[in-house]
Design a protein around this ligand. Structure first.
Ligand SMILES: Nc1ncnc2c1ncn2[C@@H]1O[C@H](COP(=O)(O)OP(=O)(O)OP(=O)(O)O)[C@@H](O)[C@H]1O
Ligand SMILES: [Mg+2]
Length: 121
């Protein structure tokens, strides 16, 4: 039933309806906790991938369709709603961090913050 794996800072297991993101280092671990914090705070306001649970930095999200392009206004909109996202070096411009549900664009990777960004080499 496993569809595919993806590896970056986290080991991402993509199943039929959910994805599981397992941190591989300190950065991935912080991302998981940050995702939970941002999701709980903004789930009713912003288009964030549904977080089903987070346990010790491991995140389980609903699975969305991936896309090849993200319109700039989607990024501007989410930055307007979520002041925590207003920092340099954030990777919300990268379409790989977005997905789609119907006609709605959904942010899949929202665990980034200035501290996490500073850990990128
Ligand atoms: N909810 C989801 N539905 C479908 N695909 C997803 C989902 N979440 C992540 N993915 C896929 O897995 C990839 C990696 O996920 P994500 O960006 O959250 O991990 P990451 O460890 O933060 O990676 P990076 O540090 O490279 O941004 C995404 O680019 C996307 O293709
Ligand atoms: Mg990403």
């Amino acid at each position: 039933m496993i569809f595919c794996f993806r590896y970056s800072t986290r080991f991402v297991i993509i199943l039929k309806n959910i994805v599981i993101k397992i941190p591989l280092d300190r950065k991935g671990f912080i991302q998981g906790y940050n995702e939970k914090k941002i999701f709980n705070k903004y789930k009713h306001k912003a288009v964030l991938a549904e977080l089903k649970w987070m346990f010790l930095g491991i995140v389980c999200q609903k699975r969305y369709t991936t896309i090849n392009e993200i319109p700039k206004n989607e990024v501007y909109n989410i930055k307007k709603i979520i002041p925590e996202f207003d920092f340099d070096n954030c990777d919300f411009w990268n379409y790989e961090n977005w997905g789609k549900e119907g006609e709605k664009y959904i942010l899949l990777d929202y665990g980034n913050n200035p501290y996490v960004a500073s850990l990128y080499k």
